[in-house]
Ligand binder design. Structure first.
Ligand SMILES: CC(C)(COP(=O)(O)OP(=O)(O)OC[C@H]1O[C@@H](n2cnc3c(N)ncnc32)[C@H](O)[C@@H]1OP(=O)(O)O)[C@@H](O)C(=O)NCCC(=O)NCCS
Length: 177
């Protein structure tokens, strides 16, 4: 498959990316709220300052985020890894907020973002596995996660409750070491 990811750059995010990070999260909740756990109101409630602190706290806690940027340096995609603070859970990285803005989809960006995330995760010695949850109806995302190496280990019934009802989620893991 021909990828045109060379039109984009990928890098780890820093607290100064907070304005673009917040905008992309708002975009995600506007276009794709049916497959996400957060609500638009919850994302709107966090100011740029709070988002900046969140990015900083994530990095200090051993997690990280990767962004995809267009040639105009607009952030058009993201993936995030959060680390639990409890010592006995710190070997797990929780992947969340996988998103590519609608006009940049189907070019392999999410795949590149996930591969970069996995590459960076492999360099973190005390990070042994990555976990991700995805609503069972999100076939494209499930396929993508399995393609980059995640394996399904369970299904959480009624994981998310929206106005439309309950949604089950697949739980997937990728063993790093
Ligand atoms: C799921 C999501 C992140 C995928 O982003 P994306 O950048 O479009 O993903 P990719 O381009 O890597 O792959 C998507 C599809 O494009 C195809 N594709 C990749 N590169 C391609 C190219 N150059 N030409 C044509 N098709 C291509 C892939 O094979 C894949 O096909 P499939 O859906 O039939 O399996 C995006 O749709 C999204 O943000 N959705 C809303 C939020 C969401 O669902 N997040 C996950 C929650 S857990």
């Amino acid at each position: 498959m021909q990828s045109n990811c060379e039109d984009y750059s990928f890098r780890e995010l820093v607290p100064d990316d907070a304005p673009q990070f917040r905008n992309l999260r708002l975009d995600a909740l506007t276009t794709s709220s049916d497959v996400l756990a957060a609500t638009l109101e919850e994302v709107e409630a966090d100011s740029e300052g709070v988002v900046r602190q969140d990015i900083d706290a994530r990095i200090r806690n051993g997690g990280f985020s990767v962004g995809a940027f267009s040639k105009q340096l607009e952030m058009v995609g993201m993936v995030n890894v959060a680390r639990p603070s409890l010592e006995r859970l710190r070997h797990i990285g929780c992947v969340w907020g996988v998103y590519v803005s609608t006009e940049h989809r189907n070019r392999g960006l999410a795949r590149e973002l996930l591969l970069e995330l996995i590459r960076l995760a492999r360099n973190i010695e005390d990070l042994h596995q990555l976990h991700i949850e995805v609503v069972t109806s999100n076939a494209s995302a499930v396929r993508l996660y399995q393609e980059v190496g995640f394996e399904c280990y369970g299904t959480q019934p009624r994981a998310i409750r929206t106005n439309e009802g309950y949604h089950d989620e697949y739980q997937l893991a990728l063993i790093l070491r």
